[in-house]
Design a protein. Structure first.
Length: 717
């Protein structure tokens, strides 16, 4: 007697007569997940696309996206419903119905302009204007004098020097040409006391304690000066409380021989907003006393500056940078750092000259950062303000605006244009690759792909698959296992097995492991490494006929589904379900020819694309049963016999096709359509080798073939 109560799939590697019990020579459209012989349900058509496609993706709304390219689509680890896409040109992000390039433009070298707020004050010497800011220096084009500025509190000292000296006539012209100008957002009313405090010629020398000759003839002066009255902009309040003027020294420098003399007339000008620079002195007379000597230094002191509160005890050097932020709260790399500004408590800083971002990326906000140096000497940038793009300037009231979080995006590089293979990982991470380099995004910031996280492998990457905190990097050589919970802690190890990945689209996330097509068969990879799992299914010769380089694969109920170009000419697309769940894997063929798969994890459904436009649901619950074909292994009797009775237990409900064929010595001898009862078979011919083939769209639970009613009744009990 022959009894079939367990139904399994094909093992192409094993000769049909040597198949273990329950396995099939041929299994088509059979869903063998419960032991019974159950047909798959027919695919249900969900949508027909208007253009050819190679990749499909189903939105939560049920709508479909498609691309005529090999594209990777991953939902973002962010609060909003965003999709991240690689393979369709440069990496992209989709929100709602809008798609942007993923890379966020950044200001680059468009550094901001900084200056103390309210007004900037300038002095002109030898037709060269210079800002009255601490540490500024310039050299005039005319006489070649060097103009240097030092500031303390609200007093600036302007030192004008010449390496070989000016004639008295040149020096007189220089003093008469000194001019004052103010500019900025709002002039601060007040008086500027301008004095010439020191003049020095190249004659005379002073001896030091060792009687070495040092110094030159120098005279200091107390009362050689002028008053410049600054008239503030009408209606603009003066927000500053000026500190007292620095005290002046007096008298000649002792020990000098005939220092030069200087007399001049102070013009006491007034200055209003928008005026040209005003002259401060006229009728200057300078005498070196000794002939042939030249003037090598003039020092001018300006008291009462509005913003020049440089207190050596509290002075800080601060800088600024800014970033662009999109409507999706994606922050760019920062601009270059601004010039330093020397700031003392009580001063405000105006930051301006923010570059205009390009259109088309949704950039609508600027974030401004200010430097701060910790007690340990580490300088970082901290957020101080956020304002709309198009804002012309920001006035930083340093004393009042607290520092917020540090700049996060200092190393947030843009994704490379050729990035592909996008893969989701835990802890807000994503991975992708370009060439031999594997990239990781900044956790929870999928627009940022810092180069410091890149891992380089020794062969071209074909694709990636993630499971838990492990990423398998599948290459044209050995696979790599990369593990970690943060991009900065990722460690890679090469699996010492020659199992290259032959097709990126054969890579499938199976849950706790990945699977892909290699040179010798199907490989599974997990955090323990990679191993060939299909050696019990196919010989290498058989596997090579399956066109592994053409495979497009998916998964359904834990089974690996592969679509491929079968052998022969013309090429025919084929599809098989590979069950890897047991000790002995097996294969079930199908009638469908998918071009692409999409597994919707949220609902546990597998969809596939057929003929480039039609989207179907695989084994759709509402679909009718497909017609399955299942043929048993050959059963060999020691002698010729004519089996005369059969019982087939099958479901009463099903479709319209039910036939069980009895094959003896290669020829069909019976075809049975009755079920759930013992059927007597007419005597036809005797055979030694029997096979049973089921063609049905009904579920079959068991088949018994024998010679007596009692034998079959006992077996089926």
């Amino acid at each position: 007697m022959i009894g079939l109560t367990t139904f399994l799939g094909e093992i192409p590697r094993v000769s049909p007569r040597l198949l273990p019990d329950g396995f099939a020579q041929r299994s088509v459209n059979a869903k063998l997940e419960r032991g019974a012989l159950t047909p798959f349900r027919k695919p249900a058509l969900h949508q027909t696309l208007g253009a050819d496609a190679k990749t499909i993706y189903r939105l939560e709304s049920g709508a479909w996206l498609s691309w005529n390219a090999d594209v990777d689509v991953v939902p973002g680890p962010v609060a909003a419903d965003r999709l991240y896409i690689t393979g369709d040109g440069a990496p992209k992000v989709r929100f709602g119905s809008t798609t942007w390039d993923l890379a966020v433009p950044h200001p680059g070298n468009a550094r901001p302009t900084v200056g103390l707020r309210g007004m900037n004050e300038f002095i002109t010497a030898d037709s060269t204007e210079i800002l009255l800011a601490h540490g500024r220096t310039n050299t005039s084009a005319g006489l070649g004098v060097t103009i240097s500025i030092s500031v303390q509190f609200n007093t600036a000292t302007v030192s004008i020097t010449h390496p070989t000296g000016l004639t008295t006539a040149q020096a007189q012209t220089l003093v008469n040409g000194l001019r004052y100008r103010a500019g900025g957002t709002a002039l601060v009313s007040g008086q500027r006391t301008v004095r010439i405090i020191r003049i020095k010629d190249n004659g005379g020398q002073t001896l030091d304690a060792n009687r070495n000759k040092i110094g030159s003839d120098t005279r200091t002066m107390d009362d050689v000066g002028t008053i410049v009255t600054v008239i503030g902009t009408a209606g603009t309040p003066d927000p500053y409380t000026l500190p007292p003027a620095a005290p002046q020294s007096g008298g000649n420098v002792s020990g000098q021989n005939d220092p030069p003399t200087l007399t001049t007339t102070g013009l006491n000008p007034s200055y209003s907003a928008g005026d040209a620079a005003v002259a401060m002195f006229s009728g200057t007379a300078i005498d070196t006393v000794e002939a042939s000597q030249t003037i090598i230094q003039l020092d001018v002191q300006i008291e009462g500056l509005a913003n020049a509160i440089i207190d050596p005890n509290t002075m800080q050097s601060i800088t600024y940078a800014y970033t662009w932020v999109t409507s999706l709260d994606e922050e760019s790399l920062p601009s270059w750092i601004s010039a330093q500004v020397l700031w003392s408590p009580g001063q405000n800083v105006r930051v301006s000259n923010f570059a205009t971002p390009p259109s088309g990326r949704g950039i609508d906000t600027i974030r401004l950062y200010r430097s701060n140096t910790s007690a340990s000497g580490i300088t970082d940038l901290y957020l101080i303000a956020e304002f709309p793009v198009g804002t012309g300037f920001f006035d930083d009231t340093v004393d009042e605006i607290p520092l917020q979080e540090p700049l996060p995006s200092l190393e947030w590089d843009q994704p490379p244009a050729g990035l592909t293979g996008l893969t989701a990982m835990p802890n807000g991470m994503m991975a992708a690759f370009a060439g031999r380099e594997v990239y990781f995004c900044e956790p929870y910031h999928p627009h940022a792909w810092p180069s410091k996280y890149v891992i380089t492998v020794d062969a071209a990457v074909v694709g990636l698959v993630a499971f838990g905190s492990t990423l398998a990097v599948l290459t044209t050589r050995q696979p790599y296992i990369v593990q970690g919970t943060h991009p900065s802690t990722m460690a890679s190890e090469k699996a010492e097995v020659d199992l290259p990945c032959l097709a990126k689209r054969s890579i499938v996330d199976m849950g706790y492991f990945g699977a892909y097509a290699s040179t010798e068969g199907i490989v599974t990879v997990d955090n323990q490494g990679a191993r060939l799992v299909s050696q019990k299914l196919w010989t290498q010769e058989q596997w090579r006929l399956l066109g592994a380089t053409t495979m497009v694969c998916g998964q359904h109920n834990g089974r690996y589904i592969m679509s491929y170009d079968g052998p022969g000419a013309p090429l025919q697309r084929r599809c098989a379900v590979v069950d890897l769940t047991g000790d002995q894997p097996y294969v079930v063929q199908t009638d469908w020819t998918p071009d692409s798969f999409f597994y919707h994890r949220g609902v546990g459904k597998l969809f596939f694309l057929q003929e480039r436009r039609a989207i179907y649901e695989f084994d759709a619950p509402a679909g009718a049963y497909a017609t399955m074909v299942w043929r048993s292994k050959p059963f060999v009797s020691p002698s010729f016999t004519a089996l005369s009775r059969i019982r087939i237990d099958a479901a009463d409900a099903g479709g319209s096709v039910f036939e069980v064929r009895i094959i003896g010595d290669g020829l069909q001898v019976h075809a049975v359509t009755a079920k759930n009862r013992i059927v007597t078979l007419p005597a036809k011919r005797m055979s030694r080798v029997y096979e049973i083939e089921v063609v049905s769209d009904f579920e079959v639970f068991g088949i018994w073939l024998g010679n007596s009613v009692e034998e079959l009744a006992a077996a089926a009990a």
